[in-house]
Design a protein around this ligand. Sequence first.
Ligand SMILES: C[S@@+](CC[C@H](N)C(=O)[O-])C[C@H]1O[C@@H](n2cnc3c(N)ncnc32)[C@H](O)[C@@H]1O
Length: 239
Amino acid sequence: MKSVVAWLKEVRVNAKSVGALFPSMPAVGKKIRKHIKNDGKPKAILELGAGDGAVTAQIVQVLKPGDRLELVEINPSFCEVLEKRIRGEWASYLKGVDVIVHSTGLENCQFHRRFDVVISGLPLINFGSDQVQEIYFQFQRLVCDGGQLLSFEYACSRRLKKMLGQVTGNRDLVKTCSLIEEFHQKNQVGWDPVLLNIPPMKVRRFFLGATNVKDESDSQTVSDCDAEQPELDAGKTCS
Ligand SMILES: C[S@@+](CC[C@H](N)C(=O)[O-])C[C@H]1O[C@@H](n2cnc3c(N)ncnc32)[C@H](O)[C@@H]1O
């Protein structure tokens, strides 16, 4: 209850960037984590827009020593909650796991590696079309060959927003919606409904890059990523 009140406080001040009336319910994270393979090899996971950790709380349960988890969250209050949960209630799941919280916007982050799984809870529908284009470019660079992008959004919200954009003449909103639709058409390999959420969600799954569609079974590991792909922007990280 305390966490919902804290969430609503952030929604009141930062409605557009928080992008959801409530944090996701556990069913969303559970649906996401079933797509994270546990083949015994170390994996690197990046979660964008982690909020106060509603999805993270499910993901940490499938991590093993040697794995890596990076969280990106723009809201400093949510980052404080994440840090607290990492040190407290999640500590037993995170033994031997490398964890980094990037307390800033994705647009300010520079990563030193690619990831086997990128999870996005970013409210893209609330972003300008230029920002969405830039984020899609980032997604392509951040996911390993053989890796996957998992994202979630409210069912039907985009269709309604697009109609609103058309009616009000908000051309950039219509463009944002069209960019999202194009990305889905081009890269999506499947989606799951999550009815146990208010409102219901869709968890979407994407394979990015030509080698990804070849064979799901040869998904690459942390070390494969290091070996076959150059490091990304070897500058400072933003945490
Ligand atoms: C829809 S909420 C999802 C939160 C959480 N993952 C959940 O499912 O409950 C979107 C989150 O993205 C964060 N966010 C918005 N813009 C961002 C950006 N540019 N970079 C990183 N995080 C951002 C918001 O602060 C918010 O916590």
